[in-house]
Design a binder for this molecule. Structure first.
Ligand code: 13P
Length: 253
């Protein structure tokens, strides 16, 4: 499966000038890279500034579940499409945590994104890993609720990101997962999807890893059988490092 490298900028950078510069540096390299899908997810205000003329696909970091109405502060799928977004992150652990997004909310957002023609990047992952493997049931629930009533024909348009919360760089003692453990979780996600939609559909779903990924460990994750990309946080805001990660994806592809 073709690799996808996604840069989640989170609440950075501070100015549109910096955002434009970062996007431009990435786009320059992207034009030389083949066989890798490259996506950046800037904050909402920067989306229209960046999308025009760039070869890099644009993702929004969130979306609401209604297309219009009395929902102060919210942004809909068609609005995002209108400013050039092709993907949208749904269910990031930072939103689950700080904004109390539930699996049910995430399901509504996922369905709205698909209906709007956006490709959702669905984030799942446990807060803690226990030695008894209890965390697998957390992932199973996240997947099963997120996909509730999602049409079979839409399933492979979703990219599933396995992002264990404890591995995200902002955490106190964050450290990337072991690539083999991430692969095991990805396989488990695929099996869970197969349990709902069958093996054939599940085989077509792109599953990626996120959490303290960088130019040094990218190759190890991307060499794992079940992992077809990375969702990169911190290192995606350093053009040089992000480009190295993209080049890794190109080499292993
Ligand atoms: P880091 O790469 O900074 O750990 O962030 C991962 C992440 O949350 C991407 O969505």
């Amino acid at each position: 499966m073709r690799n996808i490298i996604i840069g989640n900028w989170k609440l950075h950078p501070q100015s549109s000038r910096e955002a434009r510069m970062l996007a431009r540096s990435i786009a320059q390299i992207a034009s030389r890279i083949k066989n890798v899908d490259i996506v950046i997810a800037p904050p909402f205000p920067f989306l229209p500034l960046i999308s025009a003329g760039s070869k890099v696909a644009i993702a929004a970091q969130d979306v609401f579940w209604e297309r219009e109405g009395p929902y102060t502060g919210e942004v809909s799928g068609p609005m995002l499409r209108g400013v050039g977004a092709r993907y949208v992150i749904v269910g990031h652990s930072e939103r689950r945590n700080h904004l109390h997004e539930t699996d049910e909310i995430i399901n509504k957002k996922l369905k709205h994104a698909l209906l709007s023609g956006l490709r959702p990047i669905l984030c799942v992952g446990e807060r803690k890993r226990d030695s008894d493997g209890e965390f697998f049931s957390v992932i199973k629930q996240q997947i099963e609720i997120a996909f509730a009533k999602v049409k079979r024909g839409d399933v492979t348009r979703v990219v599933v990101a396995y992002e264990p919360v404890w591995a995200i760089s902002s955490g106190k003692s964050a450290k990337a997962a072991e690539p083999a453990d991430a692969n095991e979780a990805a396989l488990f996600i695929r099996k869970t999807i197969a349990g709902i939609y069958g093996v054939r559909v599940a085989r077509g779903v792109r599953i990626i890893y996120g959490g303290s990924s960088n130019a040094k460990n990218a190759k190890d994750f991307l060499s794992e059988r079940e992992i077809s990309g990375l969702l990169v946080g911190r290192e995606s805001r350093d053009a040089k490092e992000f480009i190295k990660i993209i080049e890794c994806a190109y080499t292993v592809s």
